[in-house]
Design a protein around this ligand. Sequence first.
Ligand code: ADP
Ligand code: 5GP
Length: 191
Amino acid sequence: MISRLKPTLIIISAPSGAGKSTLCAKMVEDYPEIVENISYTTRPPRNKEKNNIDYFFISEAEFEAKKAQNFFIESAYVHGNHYGISKDQVENALSINRPIIFDIDVQGAKTLVKKYPDSLTVFILPPSIEELRKRLEARDKGKTQNLELRIKNAEREIKEATFFNYKIVNADLDKAYAELKKIVETELINR
Ligand code: ADP
Ligand code: 5GP
């Protein structure tokens, strides 16, 4: 497939529940050439999540072993769980001239930008902390893992939004998605 987009890292960060997975999924649907990074995590799967699709769900021991083998290009401890990105996925996407999209936290974004300074970085903001809490409760049917920690971290993460090239407030999903699409097209389309 010939990619219409430059082979670059597209890094989307947001507090948990702001809508980054939803927005990334829409992007990949519209642009099949975008490779979607699948991170490794020690977090247990949520309701509809599937292994090898949403994440590679692995044990703490497996995570530690991979980390020791230098398997991850980036790894972080977020909201009480380990997460990591395999070096291979990033290098493979770029080697076939495809962009790769990440849904990762602020510390992960900073690490990747150090390694790939050309990355496009976008921060998704919730309209308010109250709305963020409502979305998490609705998505996880009242069973969000580490809810209070996620809310506390959200307040800290929002303060770091200035690090990102672009910021989008996800109040209305269609409007937020239109903004994201415009940013990606403006920055990455081959002209
Ligand atoms: P994240 O990946 O940032 O944790 P999700 O994409 O899982 O967030 O979104 C959290 C929840 O909020 C999901 O149930 C999603 O369907 C919902 N959601 C996303 N965007 C909006 C929006 N603009 N308005 C209302 N609900 C939304
Ligand atoms: P969740 O448990 O809600 O899927 O994800 C929690 C947080 O971890 C989110 O902010 C998500 O973007 C982030 N995350 C997911 N995978 C990775 C990763 O590989 N590295 C880093 N740094 N953060 C990740």
